[in-house]
Design a protein around this ligand. Structure first.
Ligand SMILES: [Fe+2]
Length: 216
């Protein structure tokens, strides 16, 4: 499957040091607060694998800054009750340059879904900051949108930055506010559904990061 790129006619500087540092600070705070559970175990794994993050000069962002999902980023970055301002503040200057991509096959039963959700990857095997073993990025889902049931072999750890949505894992649905961590074990079936607010959440993948996610 191919990714959607926007070819550029000049090199750009992709500098995500501040967002990555802000997300890592949240990881460390969660580890300090609750060091013994499954989420803490995966946080340690992610932190051990993260490469050094430096500005990258590139003519290929591995994504599309003009993707239609960008219509929802401003609402996601507005401070609201519980939003994680330390991360939002460093995301705002990047809002127009995030390299969005959506690489599921189209679904006849969900027309337009590819315009309402996407993710922007900072670190990964096909991201401006290369790693063969860990991905880190953000997922953005517009309001009143279902990210349908899906699974992937990678272990996935989400951190909710903005938006309260319904998160379903293995048939159990929970409404989770910003600040929440969600662990999706390898190949567990999961989904997210937004209400009035868009959802912005940081994700990290470990394990088999090269096999794409598939819908059920
Ligand atoms: Fe997932």
């Amino acid at each position: 499957m191919s990714y959607r790129f926007t070819p550029m006619d000049r090199k750009v500087i992709f500098d995500v040091r501040q967002p990555v540092a802000a997300i890592v600070a949240q990881y460390r705070a969660r580890l300090a607060a609750a060091p013994e559970d499954d989420i803490a175990g995966e946080l340690r794994q992610v932190l051990a694998l993260l490469p050094e993050v430096t500005p990258v000069e590139t003519d290929n962002l591995f994504g599309d800054p003009s993707h239609k999902v960008g219509q929802f980023i401003d609402a996601a970055l507005v401070p609201k009750t519980g939003t994680v301002e330390a991360v939002l503040a460093v995301m705002r200057p990047l809002a127009r340059t995030l390299p969005w991509r959506y690489n599921y096959e189209p679904r006849a039963d969900r027309p337009g879904l590819e315009n309402r959700m996407a993710w922007a990857e900072f670190i990964g095997s096909e991201a401006p900051i290369r790693s063969p073993s860990v991905c880190l990025g953000v997922t953005l889902i517009g309001p009143h949108t279902l990210y349908p049931l899906h699974h992937h072999p990678a272990v996935e750890l989400y951190f909710v930055i903005s938006g309260t949505a319904t998160w379903t894992k293995a048939g159990v649905a929970r409404r989770l506010p910003p600040g929440s961590f969600v662990l999706h074990e390898s190949n567990v079936v999961h989904a997210m559904e937004t209400g009035d607010e868009p959802l912005l959440a940081a994700y990290a993948w470990t394990g088999d990061i090269d096999t794409l996610s598939t819908y059920e």
